[in-house]
Design a protein. Structure first.
Ligand code: PAF
Length: 337
């Protein structure tokens, strides 16, 4: 967090008051009065500046600046400029990153409880996922994040993950056999693609593009909006199969350290505005998804949309046993009955 001194006049006034009181250290986190400081928070994510991740943060920045009379500014960094998702998450735990939005898969490396969200086909549909996240289970997951120094502001959405590849149409699990596929840095994703007979390699999104372009991997899996915005058809991705194997949850997060360093009146405003953006971001994703599929098709990507998910589901069901937090997993399944 960067802080700038306010007007020179304010400095003089502060010095005069301090002198009158016989000195003393300013306590940044306790006061609610305007101390003249401007707090600049840095928010990072991995997607372009027209992706809903970014638009959500811009909305938050505008509201926060307005409600704090310019005392809190939020600078938003797209394209992994201040770190890829795993690095951003680590930065939140250390207090070197103030705010981030990330798909949940890499966050799991710091908050193991979140692994339940990235289990393939765990959610019946989008609405069920949203109900689970906005209910007691979502709160429990936010508590687990809090224990690691991360405040969960709100749940958003990355979108349904679909497989794209450079070689052939994938219509059934056997078509994935031997396919070199980039997966996220997440043990469950890795195991699921191994079960499906592919050759998965976990890597950050920043490395994935080069790997696709150079043919180090033939395939990747991501929502249509990501494939569209990153023009994956220019990285040899000619086929997209609407597997929808993971409903990829996104989460807006704040470093607990940053929160604690802000004066009380300001931190509440940041929290409140952060709590609003997830739902807004999700609505934008839903609106953009079909448009992205259309663009991909227009750009020559063959969309395989008549896929029977059942055989994929059956094969990956074995990874359910890998999940450490079985009770949480069962609660998610139970909540959707
Ligand atoms: O595949 C990923 O790493 C993520 O889905 C992405 C593209 C960074 C968006 O969260």
């Amino acid at each position: 967090m960067k802080k700038k001194l306010g007007a020179l006049l304010m400095m003089v006034v502060v010095l005069m008051v301090l002198a009158a009181c016989g000195g003393g250290e300013a306590d940044e986190s306790s006061g609610s009065a305007d101390d003249g400081e401007v707090y600049t928070l840095q928010a990072g994510h991995s997607l372009p500046d027209d992706h809903p991740y970014h638009l959500g943060f811009l909305e938050m920045a505008e509201k926060v600046e307005e409600r704090t009379d310019g005392r809190v500014k939020i600078e938003v960094f797209p394209f992994s400029e201040i770190g890829a998702e795993r690095e951003l998450t680590e930065g939140l735990t250390l207090g070197t990153v103030d705010l981030a939005v990330s798909s949940t898969a890499p966050v799991t490396n710091f908050v193991p409880e979140l692994a339940v969200l990235d289990v393939p086909f765990i959610f019946n549909d989008r609405d069920s996922a949203v109900d689970v996240l906005n209910g007691e289970i979502g709160d429990e997951l936010f508590q687990a994040m809090d224990d690691q120094g991360i405040i969960g502001l709100s749940w958003g959405e990355n979108g349904y993950r679909h497989v794209t590849n450079a070689l052939h149409p994938v219509e059934k699990p056997e078509d994935l056999s031997g396919l070199k596929i980039r997966v996220q840095e997440n043990e469950i994703h890795l195991a699921a693609f191994e079960e499906l007979g592919a050759q998965p390699t976990p890597m950050a999104w920043t490395e994935a593009l080069t790997a696709l372009q150079q043919g180090v991997v033939d395939a990747q899996e991501n929502p249509a909006i990501v494939a569209d915005q990153y023009k994956l058809y220019e990285s040899n991705q000619e086929y997209m199969t609407l597997t929808g194997h993971v409903y990829s949850v996104a989460v807006y997060m704040m470093s607990k350290q940053t929160y604690e360093e802000l004066p009380e009146d300001l931190r509440d405003i940041v929290l409140e505005e952060g709590q609003k953006i997830g739902a807004m971001e999700r609505d934008m994703i839903v609106e953009m998804e079909q448009e992205s599929l259309k663009t991909l098709e227009e750009q020559g990507v063959e969309i395989i949309d008549e896929v029977d998910p059942a055989p994929f589901q059956e094969i990956v069901s074995s990874v359910y046993d890998m999940v450490e937090h079985q009770e949480l997993l069962n609660n998610i399944l139970e909540a959707q009955k």
